[in-house]
Write a protein that binds this ligand. Sequence first.
Ligand code: SIN
Length: 479
Amino acid sequence: MSLRSDAYIDGQWRGGGKRFAVLNPATQEQIAEVPDLGAAEAEEAIAAAHKAFLAWAAKSAKERASVMRAWYDLMMADIDRLAALISREGGKPVAEAKGEAAYGASFVEWFGEEAKRAYGRTIPTTTATRRYVTIKQPIGVCAAITPWNFPMAMITRKAAPAIAAGNTIVLKPPSQTPLTALALAELGERAGLPAGVFNVVTTHDHTSEIGRVFCESPLVRKFSFTGSTEVGKKLGAVCVGSTVKRVSLELGGNAPLIVFADADLDLAVKGTIASKFRNAGQTCVCANRILVEDAIYDAFSKKLADAVAKLKVGPGDEAGVEIGPLIDGKAIEKVERMVAEALASGAVALTGGKTHAAGAQFYTPTVLTNVTREMRVNREEIFGPVAPLIRFKSENEAVSIANDTPFGLASYFFTRDVNRAWRVAERIESGMVSINDGIFSNEVIPFGGWKESGLGREGGVEGLEEYLETKFVNFGGFV
Ligand code: SIN
């Protein structure tokens, strides 16, 4: 795998014109310059995907699966270079980036296999002269906009089910991390993906114009977006309002992590760190607010702060680093502002609470106590390495605080009481609940949210359904 820095449309590497710089967030060094494409190239990529669709859809699932398998094998053979690239443009530590590369590749392997099982149904007839069946078919051209926090996995979680099911896809990767997307295109080309099946349109200044083309184009039959709730609502409205296309939205979260007094505190500390500090707190499923039962609040806070203070901060390629930089200056400013507001309103930083000496975009892992429900760190997604601890007195109060948000993506809780485990899992309003575990993502589960956290599911059998149409067929006139 070489470093590709041109866009990829209709099986061609497309350079030329204006380009923009991709920077390493740890050092601000330029890694490459990538084409700043616009609406015309987005239309061109959609036309290429449209042209490629019928031939790709006509292949058997087994034929498509063998290309997917080759794509997966190439990703795994190049996992170290993919990890280095993910870390370099996205900032996460190399070991964590390697985890993402394996996670990203797993969608390609899994959906290639699973598309062989895209079964329809036979439906018992209501009339002796008829027979009923449903068949599953690809939707057509899909378009996707993906985020920078998982430069690889958020692409494959959409592109793999789309392509395995017989669709073609046009992708706009984020301007901060387009290089991993282009590396995937190169590996896909080598694996045998025909021209036009997977297209990557890079941009910096024309994101909203390309988004509009994706959402309004009558040739695009399905649109998938991962990003903020604010943007997702607007794009979803255009998709439906213009051409009633199928939409999947994976949007913001405000995940509660509840530690009950009966929890194994060491396990809860480990799980909190895994969930809260993954990718320096920059995931949609990161625990955003930690609710801790009164009886163990002080003991848990101390244990957590001691462990957090030991996390090693630095550039992603430095040995042993656990917390990399935040993605850009805006991200640092937001975290600084939210922490300053909390401290001014009475919160206390047990550790951290300030930027880090490693560089302008590093923030010290932070634990805040005395946090109240009114504070912004409880109400809004922080997207940084800050753990705000809120005190609660009863299970009912914990569930009520947890559900008091327009979001409902992930939630976590720690308890040793099996009755409570069922009770709370059922009462929490979120698409994913993790009990006694801070990490749960993988390719076989349905990832997605309730409420304003999104529409649809990615991963698992549900994730394949998102890229299939169900067609009912009536065989009439039987004698
Ligand atoms: C996300 O932040 O949206 C993705 C996290 C994951 O897949 O675990």
